[in-house]
Write a protein that binds this ligand. Structure first.
Ligand code: SAM
Length: 352
């Protein structure tokens, strides 16, 4: 390796000019990061973000419409085997009412997220999508409902869905198998992402930072995969343990590493949409502001009915009562203004 620790900023500059690094360079940069290097990266990342998106922060209204899930991901609080989870699914009318509230307070993107719930057949989802799009034709509709067949993705796209969020979680096959049951594979997850892209969705992928067994090499592989996929959005957040999962005693991912990865993503894909996630806001009260200052440009307040929010508990202490909610838009705006950014209500399509 031609770099020594004192030359780390050179690697950051190389990333800025060539928009990519080799696997060894990614590993080196991630494993040898220092607070000074992080500050330097954040300033480069902000420059890129300002060039393409100015000081605007896009908002997405998140509707967590079902917490039933057929899967048993080892990290997730709504996994099938968590018999303590109080299960709910919103009706079509509930969901439309969330959209109405969101629209009235200025949201122009709705994100329908849920566990993989067999109740929501293609027909039910397509009908819902059509109703939302006919009532709010100026809004973008994002789905995040996990792995489905290519035909299903196509049908939902034809019904009017614009975007799809499906984190690849971790690119590495062995690491993937340590976080998921044998029924789920890294290859199948990635194939879904390629299918979604081919169909024409604006696609979001991503991963958890600091998930159990994760190494710098895994993160390097994630960066290489994301570069190749070239998605419109990348959602990353710290892994946070949940007391009713096999990873209950695992340490959560670090704020510092999550911010570092956000800045690397902004430099690798300057025009990508990058949310400062709820998980980031959960591990640190100023997590989302720090995420914006590291290059993120999206926040996703919760539009779900207040009484079910506590049941969409993916990890312990997930923010669900306060300022992450859509009702508190004004306080979110103030928080963003306090760091020199402003929330805007545009649809906010990706420039990538
Ligand atoms: N079922 C859909 C899917 O698989 O994409 C969407 C819902 S899933 C719960 C949404 C995301 O939550 C996952 O992609 C995962 O990265 C994140 N997540 C789940 N458990 C988590 C945890 N313990 N800590 C941080 N993020 C978590």
């Amino acid at each position: 390796m031609e770099y020594n620790r004192h030359e780390l900023p050179k690697l950051a500059d190389k990333l800025k000019t060539s928009r990519n690094l080799s696997k060894d360079e990614w590993i080196y940069l991630i494993s040898n990061r220092t607070p000074e290097l992080a500050e330097y990266l954040f300033s480069l990342a902000r420059e890129e973000r300002h060039r393409h998106y100015g000081h605007d922060v896009y908002i997405r209204g998140l509707i967590e419409f079902t917490n039933y899930c057929r899967n048993d991901c080892l990290y997730c609080g709504i996994r099938k085997s968590n018999s303590h989870a109080v299960r709910y699914r919103l009706t079509e009318e509930d969901i439309l009412s969330c959209c109405r509230t969101g629209y009235e307070s200025g949201f122009h993107t709705f994100v329908l997220q849920g566990g993989e719930d067999g109740y929501y057949t293609d027909e039910k989802l397509a009908r819902m999508i059509r109703r939302i799009k006919s009532l709010y034709p100026d809004c973008a509709l994002t789905l995040s409902v996990g792995e489905r067949s290519c035909d299903s993705y196509r049908l939902l796209f034809e019904a009017g869905a614009d975007r799809y969020l499906l984190r690849h979680e971790t690119y590495n096959t062995r690491h993937y198998s340590m976080l998921h049951p044998p029924t789920l594979t890294a290859a199948a997850r990635q194939e879904c992402l390629w299918n979604l892209k081919k169909i024409g969705y604006q696609v979001g992928t991503g991963f958890m930072v600091g998930s159990p067994y994760q190494t710098a090499e895994h993160l390097a592989e994630d960066m290489l995969f994301i570069k190749e996929l070239n998605p419109q959005m990348v959602g990353i957040g710290p892994f946070i343990s949940h007391c009713r999962t096999p990873f209950a005693d695992r340490e959560s991912g670090a704020l510092e590493l999550t911010l570092f990865m956000l800045a690397l993503l902004r430099l690798m894909l300057p025009r990508v949409l990058l949310p400062a996630t709820t998980a980031l806001g959960t591990i640190d009260p100023r997590g989302r502001e720090l995420g914006i200052l590291a290059g993120a440009n999206v926040v996703m307040p919760n539009l779900s009915p207040a009484d079910v929010r506590k049941d969409y508990m993916l990890y312990d202490n997930k923010l669900c009562t306060g300022e992450e909610s859509a009702e508190c838009r004004r306080s979110l705006e103030k928080r963003m203004e306090s760091i020199g950014y402003h929330v805007i209500t545009a649809r906010g399509d990706s420039l990538n």
